[in-house]
Design a binder for this molecule. Structure first.
Ligand code: SF4
Length: 224
C-alpha cells in the first residue's frame, strides 16, 4: 500500500493527504470517461484546432473547424493554399493572422519532412512551428493515446489547490505530476484534470459543495 505524501517532486517532497489511487477514484466519479471539448477526427485536425484554441474558446474553434477541414482536408491542402485564404476561414478567432501563418508553416514542415503525417513523439512535435510543449502533450494524449502530461491553466490551478505542486511554472508542474502519477495513469489524468478544472474546480466559484474530492482536498479557501 502506498504511503500518503510519500512521493517526491523534483527535489521537493509532495505532501498530500491522499494517495494516487484515491485521487483517481474520486476523479472517476466526476469523469469516468473523460473527453476533449475540441472536435477532431485525426492527428492533423487536432494539431490545427489546438493551435486555433490558444486564447480562444473551444466552442468558437468548433464552430469554424468544419469549414476549415472542408477547405483544407489535409496538410498538403494547407501548405499550398495562399495565406490570405487560411486567414479568411479563421478570421473570427483571436490572433487569426499569426495562427494562419503558424498553421501554414507547420503544415509545410509536415509535408516536407513527414509526408503529411503528424509525428508522434514529443521531440518531433515541439520542433513544429506553433507547437509548444503543452500542445505537443495534448496531441500525444488525445490523438495517439500516448502517456504525457498536459499542463494548461486548469491543470495548473487544480494541481496547486490539491497540493500536488507548489510551482507556477508549467514545466515544473508537469514534472511534479509525472512523479506523483504512475505512467499508466497519465492519459487519464491529462484528460480528467482539464475537465475537472473547467467544470468543477473552476477559477472563480469552484463547485466544492458538489466536488467528490472535497473531504481530501487541502485547499484552504474551499467554497463550502
Ligand atoms: S474541494 Fe473545491 S478547491 Fe478542492 S478540488 Fe474540489 S472544487 Fe477544487
Amino acid at each position: 500500500m502506498k504511503k500518503k505524501g510519500s512521493k517526491k517532486a523534483s527535489s521537493e517532497e509532495i505532501k498530500v493527504p491522499f494517495t494516487e489511487e484515491e485521487l483517481i477514484s474520486r476523479l472517476k466519479k466526476h469523469f469516468p470517461e473523460p473527453w476533449i471539448d475540441l472536435n477532431f477526427e485525426n492527428p492533423y485536425q487536432l494539431l490545427v484546432v489546438t493551435i486555433l484554441a490558444a486564447q480562444t474558446t473551444d466552442k468558437k474553434v468548433n464552430e469554424i473547424s468544419p469549414e476549415f477541414f472542408r477547405r483544407f482536408p489535409d496538410p498538403f491542402a494547407v501548405a499550398k493554399a495562399p495565406l490570405e485564404e487560411i486567414e479568411e476561414v479563421i478570421k473570427s478567432v483571436n490572433y487569426y493572422r499569426r495562427k494562419a501563418k503558424l498553421i501554414k508553416e507547420c503544415c509545410e514542415v509536415l509535408v516536407k519532412e513527414y509526408n503529411g503525417q503528424v509525428p508522434d513523439t514529443l521531440e518531433e512535435l515541439v520542433k513544429l512551428p506553433g507547437v509548444g510543449r503543452k500542445t505537443a502533450n495534448v496531441i500525444l494524449v488525445n490523438a495517439f493515446n500516448k502517456p504525457a502530461i498536459v499542463v494548461d491553466t486548469h491543470v495548473k490551478r487544480v494541481s496547486q489547490r490539491l497540493g500536488l505542486t507548489k510551482s507556477n511554472n508549467p514545466d515544473k508542474i508537469e514534472k511534479d505530476l509525472a512523479r506523483f502519477f504512475s505512467k499508466e495513469n497519465w492519459v487519464y489524468i491529462s484528460k480528467a484534470l482539464v475537465l475537472f478544472g473547467r467544470y468543477v474546480c473552476k477559477a472563480k466559484n469552484p463547485d466544492c459543495k458538489n466536488c467528490h474530492l472535497s473531504d481530501i482536498c487541502p485547499y484552504e479557501k474551499k467554497n463550502l
